[in-house]
Design a protein around this ligand. Structure first.
Ligand code: GLA
Ligand code: ZN
Length: 669
């Protein structure tokens, strides 16, 4: 299957016509309004199960037939959803096993959305059946261009079926070897030896809460259950519609599913992007959002992704839901495209009249017409992105990567010791990402098992856990000429949270970094140490590794406490490359200076070195287009060191150019 599916930027979003089934005249009005707003796609059927199958085995497709035909007649593509994200009332009432059980063994009542057991053979069968019926009906419908599977998979179930499935999963994971499991989980501690597989239960407050390897295994199991649930869902679609690409919408950096593992099962990555624009400093929100875009773009080797949801105005689930100013939605859309999105999609097209999401932003408000600020903004975005077809399929060539790894995140969240507060792995990775991004350098964000060889620089903050073989891969990368930066508490445990013996970082990484980490100090909140790097002094908090430089060169030392003057930043020449170790956490200033230093050392190039810009202007190159985006709260200027063509207005420009608040440019040579 190809990996770019449209020749234009998809502009659309969730459309829930079943909510308006009593007023079909609204459907016709929707068609008129969609065309007016330059919408070219609608995602239909996400929560339609009860409407499609009102009684078991009784199907009602008339409304959906009408809808798909109408959309097609109006030139609007359909992304068709499978409805497993919200099962109908009748199904839960008749087959209670489909409902989730909480960690205390209590089964949920019907309600909300993801409230289904991930294991239940019955629910899986029901999902396969409804998906087959839908696929059979629409497999040749000319409007249907993509499958949207379920909706934001999430959560977990502790029912007896899931308990049994967990044990089966463990048997596979540990080759049926209980001794090995006891060793890996260090179960002779506290007399926790497992003597029969059936003794293993899911982790819970009123049960086993202290075994980090059990908790990690459970997280992996739950994540794999989502993936196998998905595989079960898509089986009839792969069979009946092998040409139609499949995606499921990921929920930001949700930690309940290893999205980096899930990615290979999708034809296209898509994610739902809800930044809190205009609630504080937009430049910071932009930086955090950029990181997430780069995470998703990196999941399938740079393949463009979809921004499957975003709000055209506000959401209803922040503590306080401020309206973003006009222009913000468009700038946010442009940022997504700049980072690799081939779509700008909204939740949702028409605002619900009642129930939980009636105050969530939508393109069409309760007033029902087009004479609104939001409608005008969305239309302006539609017009703009129609001119960006040249970007579709465009890639980013990154020479730098940050390692952010879902399983390492889990391991960091689960262990007990050192500093148990504010571990903030994600924040830490963003802290190292930010200075590179501010310099306009393209960065991929990759798991630890990605291929490092295409990067000149790999920064892996807080790489506490190593998956099998990661130490060898880092060693090879550096030996072959790569530059690898690690920080405190690197290479401490294997994937079962079992410590490496023989000194940290694990195994031969001591040779790669030329150091040995003997002890780790933790600083209570508010307590600081200081350390130098290249002669400048930095604040140090959270933890400090007390390392010995064996073959490494010391670039900085601690300034106080009993370990004053001991190494704090080192570099080691190893093979043809270099391995840096930053033994402490800092407030970001060192990350910034360190990145300046290393970018200079490696000669890393910004995406558009001939454009001078301020720190709150983001520059991104994608394909042949350069995106210049102002996230500052004020007008700014950029200086173009050569003549460019503006893609939207087709003008030749150079020199100093003003960018208004929320302004942007898309440039080509
Ligand atoms: C999620 C869901 C949508 C909707 C939005 C509201 O992203 O997928 O169905 O509930 O949140 O922000
Ligand atoms: Zn279950």
């Amino acid at each position: 299957m190809k990996d770019v599916f449209f020749d234009h930027i998809v502009h659309g979003g969730d459309y829930n016509p079943e909510q308006w089934i009593r007023t079909p005249e609204i459907w016709d009005e929707d068609m008129r309004l969609m065309k007016l707003a330059h919408i070219n796609s609608a995602t239909v059927g996400i929560f339609s199960w009860a409407m499609i199958e009102p009684e078991e085995g009784v199907y009602n497709f008339e409304w959906l037939d009408t809808m798909l035909d109408k959309l097609h007649a109006n030139g609007i593509d359909v992304i068709l959803a499978t409805p497993s994200g919200a099962r109908p009332n009748w199904l839960a009432a008749k087959y209670p096993e489909v409902l989730r059980v909480d960690e205390n063994g209590i089964r949920n009542d019907f309600g909300v959305r993801h409230n289904h057991c991930l294991t239940s053979p019955l629910y899986r069968k029901k999902v396969r059946e409804i998906n087959r019926v839908i696929a059979l009906r629409y497999k040749d419908h000319p409007a249907v261009k993509m499958w949207h599977i379920s909706n934001e998979y999430s959560g977990e179930c502790h029912c007896e079926l899931c308990q049994q499935a967990f044990v089966e999963w463990l048997k596979k994971e540990y080759n049926n070897d209980l001794d090995e499991l006891n060793l890996q989980w260090w179960n002779h501690f506290w007399s926790h030896t497992v003597t029969d597989w059936s003794q293993i239960r899911s982790p819970k407050y009123r049960g086993e809460v202290c075994s980090s390897p059990l908790r990690l295994a459970w997280r992996r199991f739950v994540s794999d259950s989502h993936i196998s649930f998905y595989e079960n869902e898509i089986a009839p679609l792969r069979e009946l519609t092998p040409e139609i690409p499949i995606t499921t919408n990921f929920m930001n950096m949700y930690d309940g599913i290893d999205y980096q593992k899930f990615a290979s099962h999708l034809d296209l990555i898509s994610w739902d992007n809800y930044p809190a624009w205009d609630h504080g400093e937009n430049a910071l929100v932009a930086q955090n959002t950029a990181f997430v875009h780069d995470v998703f773009r990196s999941m399938k080797n740079g393949q463009p992704f979809f921004m499957m949801e975003s709000t055209p105005s506000l959401v209803n689930w922040h503590d306080v839901n401020k309206l973003p100013a006009s222009g913000m939605q468009q700038l946010s859309a442009i940022q997504a495209i700049a980072h690799g999105a081939d779509s700008v999609q909204y939740f949702q097209w028409r605002k619900s009249r009642g129930s939980h999401e009636k105050y969530h932003g939508a393109v069409v408000d309760h007033c029902g017409h087009e004479h609104t600020r939001v409608f005008r903004d969305v239309t302006a975005t539609g017009l703009a992105i129609e001119k960006l077809s040249a970007v579709v399929g465009g890639r980013t060539d990154s020479k730098a990567a940050i390692v952010y790894d879902w399983e390492n995140d889990w391991a960091i969240k689960e262990f007990c010791g050192f500093n148990n507060k504010n571990r903030d792995y994600l924040k830490e990775c963003r802290k190292w990402y930010a200075p590179l991004r501010k310099k306009g350098i393209a960065v991929d964000v990759i798991p630890m098992d990605a291929d490092f060889s295409k990067y000149d620089l790999v920064i892996a903050p807080f790489l506490y856990m190593l998956k099998d073989g990661t130490d060898k891969r880092i060693e090879k990368y550096v030996a072959d000429g790569g530059t690898f930066v690690a920080t405190y508490l690197t290479g401490i445990v294997n994937k079962n949270d079992l410590c490496y013996l023989g000194g940290w970082p694990a195994n031969d990484l001591k040779k790669v970094f030329g150091i040995w980490n003997e002890e780790t100090d933790s600083l209570p909140q508010g307590m600081k140490n200081k350390a130098t790097f290249n002669g400048k002094m930095y604040d140090v908090d959270f933890v400090c590794d007390l390392i010995h430089a064996n073959t490494a060169t010391v670039l900085g030392t601690y300034k106080s406490d009993f370990y004053a003057d001991r190494p704090a930043v080192t570099v080691n020449d190893f093979g043809m490359g270099k391995a840096y170790y930053v033994a402490f956490r800092n407030d970001g200033e060192l990350c910034s200076d360190f990145c300046d230093y290393i970018v200079g050392e490696l000669g890393l190039k910004a995406d558009a070195p001939e454009i001078e810009h301020g720190a709150q202007t983001e520059i991104r190159k994608r394909g042949n287009c350069i995106f210049v985006m102002n996230f500052a709260d004020n007008e700014t200027t950029v200086t173009l060191g050569k003549v460019y063509t503006t893609v939207l207005s087709n003008e030749r420009i150079a020199g100093t150019v003003k960018l208004p608040v929320r302004g942007y440019l898309v440039l080509t040579d």
